[in-house]
Design a protein around this ligand. Structure first.
Ligand code: SF4
Ligand code: FES
Length: 267
């Protein structure tokens, strides 16, 4: 295999890789990938273009893995399950937050695919981003059932029954895989790094509305704060990018209603 890197192009390197002839499909695409290591002195952000053989069913994650295996094993990105479950492979694909493993190249309708790190997250290296704040916001809303009678750290001792209607109140929010695409699309997260963000707030609603939960007092302190649900201005971009059909934007609005209902509830 021959790899040529053109010299004298500091902003963009073009890698031409000889591609093995494929019996079924010889089409190739150009994969333009953001490269930057903030921890390496003098390393400037740049887009690097790779020519990748495009086989049927090829996903953006497959294309990145092909580059890593055949061209540049230093390329950094995150993934695990390859089936839209773990939430690890969020990235910007042609400018939109998407899951790399769920996005087929053929669906993008272009021969040039741009891949970059999710917006609103610090870059660790290349396409891999730092989710420390995201997980911290998630933890702050106490995303678990709180039961008073046993103490919040102890398991419940008897089955807590629910009707189908009670389950449906929160069910869609249990589909969240914590991929963080919604936070990447949120204009308020972009402005206010302490804003809890649509993912954490939708999860706060998921537990607040669960008939088995008794933790409203603890959770309200966080969600009804200057960086809580009322910071949301209903842009709706969070829901537009969710790959699991969750509507975190609606969750935040329902949480606002819940806060007001309980704030003004008569004793
Ligand atoms: S609400 Fe949707 S976009 Fe946001 S983290 Fe959960 S699955 Fe991802
Ligand atoms: S690799 Fe798990 S969701 Fe994409």
């Amino acid at each position: 295999m021959v790899v040529e890197i053109k010299q004298g192009e500091p902003v963009e390197k073009i890698l031409h890789v000889s591609v093995p002839t494929l019996a079924t499909d010889t089409r190739t695409i150009l994969l333009r990938v953001y490269r930057h290591n903030p921890n390496a002195r003098g390393d400037e952000p740049r887009m690097v273009t790779y020519r990748v053989p495009c086989t049927k069913g090829l996903t953006v994650l497959d294309a990145l893995l092909w580059v890593k295996e055949h061209v540049d094993n230093g390329l950094a990105f995150r993934y695990s399950c390859r089936m839209g479950i773990c939430g690890s492979c969020g990235m910007l694909i042609n400018g939109k937050p998407m899951l790399g493993c769920e996005t087929q190249i053929s669906e993008l309708g272009t021969d040039v695919v741009e891949v970059g790190p999710l917006t609103n997250y610090p870059v660790v290296r290349d396409v891999a981003t730092d989710f420390t704040d995201f997980f911290s916001h998630h933890n702050r809303v106490r995303p678990y059932l709180i039961r008073k009678e046993n103490g919040e750290d102890k398991p419940v001792e008897k089955e807590l029954l629910q009707t189908e209607e009670q389950k449906l109140e929160y069910y869609q929010f249990t589909m969240c895989i914590m991929c963080g695409l919604c936070d990447a699309a949120c204009p308020i997260v972009a402005m206010d790094r302490e804003f809890l963000g649509p993912q954490a707030l939708a999860q706060a609603y998921r537990f607040a509305i669960d008939s088995r939960d008794q933790g409203w007092t603890e959770r309200a302190e966080v969600v009804d704060s200057p960086h809580g649900c009322f910071r949301c201005e209903l842009a709706g971009s969070c829901s537009a990018v969710c790959p699991k059909g969750v509507d975190p934007g609606m969750g935040v609005q329902l949480l606002k209603r819940e806060v007001l209902k309980r704030r003004f509830a008569r004793p």
